[in-house]
Design a protein around this ligand. Structure first.
Ligand SMILES: Cc1cc2nc3c(=O)[nH]c(=O)nc-3n(C[C@H](O)[C@H](O)[C@H](O)COP(=O)(O)OP(=O)(O)OC[C@H]3O[C@@H](n4cnc5c(N)ncnc54)[C@H](O)[C@@H]3O)c2cc1C
Length: 407
């Protein structure tokens, strides 16, 4: 026998829970399946989020304990140890404890009457005549069937369920393997600045990061397109000209590994009675790998479109395509620009990155972006900043370095 709801959400990560919350508060009967026995565990994320992004989502008044720190800017390190400081006029980002953040989102969804099943792994979709009808779920070593009008796939990067719909999966050539570490006894850090370390020698295809916490603790990590991130982490901590001074004597408290998708959104995110939200749809910034703010925005759009579909009793692929139209309208331009920037950055040698950082330091680039309005929508922010001579000059120089290396 199968059990019915209006909406089934696969995955109790931030995007699944925020979709469930937005739908449940509109009155839909929502069931969420999460394969782990606890929401937010294991945690695989640095939780570095823009404050404005949270505000726009209505999530700026998070309960005490979730926000660990706030930041005014970033220090960019070149592979040879040059330092470009970009300090903004006020705090613009924060780091959250992702376990508590995920639990909070699940909590508000449950309070809005979404029903959660933990230790419940969705094994497959039930598809009849090209329409998704429900899911088969493993619970206590038994398989149960659940049906719904719409299934929302928020399973994260694993994409096991998505595969069944025949939709194009995220671009595996643009997936980097990350390692994220909690450490203590970190030296010489500015508590209100995050640090970004560029260069193929330490993080080929991506970058390494340091996010300060309180009391000389920090989250550090990196991702790479080749090799084992664990080996690169050792090199980064002990051989990088500036990072080694900060991290050489640090004690590692816990390590996690997880991939990050940086290839931009998958081409199609809907099917008959089906939507894909968050990492599974690669709704992640290709420049930074940040997926929470964009994923939550798409989750909110998915909830609005799914709710409208329930009202109209129209669960067709044609109607659900409105989800993708609205996501594209919001993120399309910025995603394209960020993907281009990521590919250009990846193409620069370590020497060219050193040159670029030196040029920006000479230009006074750090000061010229003091009043940057939006760090999530980087394409639009770049466009708005073009009249500034330093930004224009830096951009030209970046293009010059890229084209001289890739004629
Ligand atoms: C090392 C690292 C650092 C990062 N740092 C940042 C950062 O600082 N800022 C930022 O914005 N982003 C960051 N990201 C990206 C961010 O973690 C993701 O974009 C975000 O978690 C996506 O949310 P999601 O809900 O789509 O997927 P997930 O958070 O992966 O959640 C998916 C959930 O679905 C569950 N699930 C999967 N399959 C099934 C199934 N078949 N049945 C039931 N449940 C299932 C999983 O257990 C999981 O709970 C980082 C990623 C990594 C790897």
């Amino acid at each position: 026998m199968s059990e019915a709801s209006d909406i089934i959400v696969v995955g109790g990560g931030p995007c699944g829970s925020f979709t469930a919350f937005n739908l449940a508060r509109l009155g839909a009967k929502v069931t969420v399946f999460e394969e782990h026995n606890e929401i937010g565990v294991p945690c695989h994320c640095a939780g570095h989020l823009s404050i404005q992004g949270l505000k726009k989502l209505g999530l700026h008044k998070l309960p005490k304990g979730i926000v660990e720190n706030r930041f005014k800017g970033a220090i960019f390190h070149s592979p040879k140890g040059k330092k470009l400081t970009v300090e903004l006029a006020e705090t613009v980002t924060c780091s959250v404890n992702r376990e508590l953040f995920d639990k909070y989102l699940a909590n508000i969804a449950e309070n809005a009457k979404a029903q959660y099943f933990l230790k419940s792994q969705v094994k497959s979709l039930i598809i009849e005549n090209n329409v998704v009808k429900g899911v088969k779920v493993n619970q206590n070593e038994k398989t149960r069937k659940f049906t719904a009008n719409i299934i929302i796939d928020a399973e994260g990067i694993s994409s096991r369920i998505l595969r069944q719909t025949g939709l194009t999966m995220l671009d595996s050539r643009m997936v980097v393997n990350a390692v994220q570490v909690n450490i203590e006894n970190v030296k010489d850090i500015e508590p209100d600045m995050v640090e970004v370390f560029l260069g193929k020698k330490y993080a080929p295809g991506f970058y390494a990061w340091l996010i300060p916490r309180k009391n000389s603790k920090a989250k550090i990590g990196l991702a790479t397109s080749i090799g084992n991130p664990k080996d690169f982490l050792q090199r980064f901590m002990h051989k990088h000209p500036t990072a080694s001074k900060k991290l050489g004597k640090a004690k590692i408290l816990g390590t996690v590994f997880h991939p990050i998708t940086i290839g931009g959104p998958i081409p199609k995110t809907y099917f008959n009675s089906f939507l894909a939200v968050g990492d599974v749809a690669s709704q992640v910034k290709p420049t930074t790998g940040g997926g929470v703010i964009f994923g939550l925005n798409c989750a909110r759009i998915a909830a609005t479109v799914a709710h409208e579909a329930l009202k109209r009793k129209d669960f067709s692929s044609k109607f659900l395509s409105n989800y993708q139209k609205l996501c594209n309208k919001m993120l399309g331009f910025d995603m394209k620009v960020m993907l281009k920037l990521r590919k250009m950055l990846n193409a620069l040698s370590d020497d060219k990155i050193d040159e670029a950082i030196s040029f920006c330091i000479k230009l006074g680039f750090g000061k010229s972006v003091k009043d940057i309005e939006d760090i999530d929508f980087q394409g639009s922010s770049l466009l708005r900043s073009l009249p500034k001579p330093q930004i224009l000059a830096a951009l030209f120089y970046f293009f010059f370095l890229y084209f001289s290396a890739n004629p």
